[in-house]
Design a protein around this ligand. Structure first.
Ligand SMILES: [Zn+2]
Length: 232
């Protein structure tokens, strides 16, 4: 069974008014909407909209540390006694729960009545950064995404949305590590940094983690064409 995972298509990630706009992200809104409308042809058993869903004082905000936006910061593990650290970027305040910025972009918001569509939130624990739709960066706190996909017998996921080099990448790598057949559709995503050097590293990271990267939505391998073996 195949699922579509749409990551972080929220007002704050879109120019011109978003707090953390991903360049050219407005270009993918209509194509993603079109893909949702092709649900049957594409045989999406489930569609998930992942939302970045932060508290006002979230640790990934530069303001929470009185440091400049986009500076690097060494996060300490939120687990008591754990001495591990991770370096990450501090962002402008974005996607604060129940504000305009965290709202899904209007055309997608209108789709949320759909019974096969689920919203999954990440980023709501203040003391830790999240990129993946499945867990925080420490892989301690798990969102409900894996459980939801398992409940619906999903084995294959397509990941689209924002931003290609952060949350789409992290969500896809988590999915592959959890055993899903995972593909990122590049034409339905946009990156924060898309220079050659970044993209080369990005492609290597995906290949190292068994994530496929394709330009356009691949045709669905129909369940009926898979070989059935008769057991005697
Ligand atoms: Zn965030």
């Amino acid at each position: 069974m195949r699922a579509l995972i749409i990551t972080d298509m929220q007002n704050d990630f879109l120019p011109p008014k978003g707090a953390l706009p991903v360049p050219h992200s407005e270009e993918i809104v209509q194509p993603i909407l079109d893909l949702i409308h092709q649900e049957e042809q594409q045989d999406f058993h489930r569609i998930v909209l992942v939302r970045d869903w932060h508290t006002r004082n979230h640790t990934s905000f530069a303001r929470s540390h009185d440091l400049p936006e986009y500076s690097q910061f060494e996060y300490k593990s939120p687990r008591p006694g754990d001495k591990s650290t991770q370096v990450g970027t501090l962002w402008p305040v974005h996607c604060v729960q129940n504000t305009w910025g965290s709202q899904l972009v209007t055309p997608l918001l209108k789709e949320t009545y759909h019974t096969h569509l689920k919203i999954v939130d990440k980023g709501f624990l203040s003391d830790r950064e999240y990129y993946s739709g499945f867990s925080d960066i420490w892989n301690f706190h798990k969102t409900e995404l894996h459980e939801y996909l398992q409940k619906h017998h999903i084995t294959e996921v397509l990941v689209v949305g924002l931003a290609l080099d952060y949350c789409v990448k992290a969500t896809a790598i988590s999915a592959a590590q959890l055993g899903y057949d995972t593909t990122i559709v590049k034409s339905l995503s946009r990156a924060i940094h898309d220079d050659d050097e970044h993209m080369k590293q990005f492609e290597k990271d995906l290949a190292d983690n068994n994530v496929k990267l394709v330009e356009n939505v691949p045709p669905h391998k129909s369940e009926s064409t898979t070989t059935t073996t008769t057991t005697v």
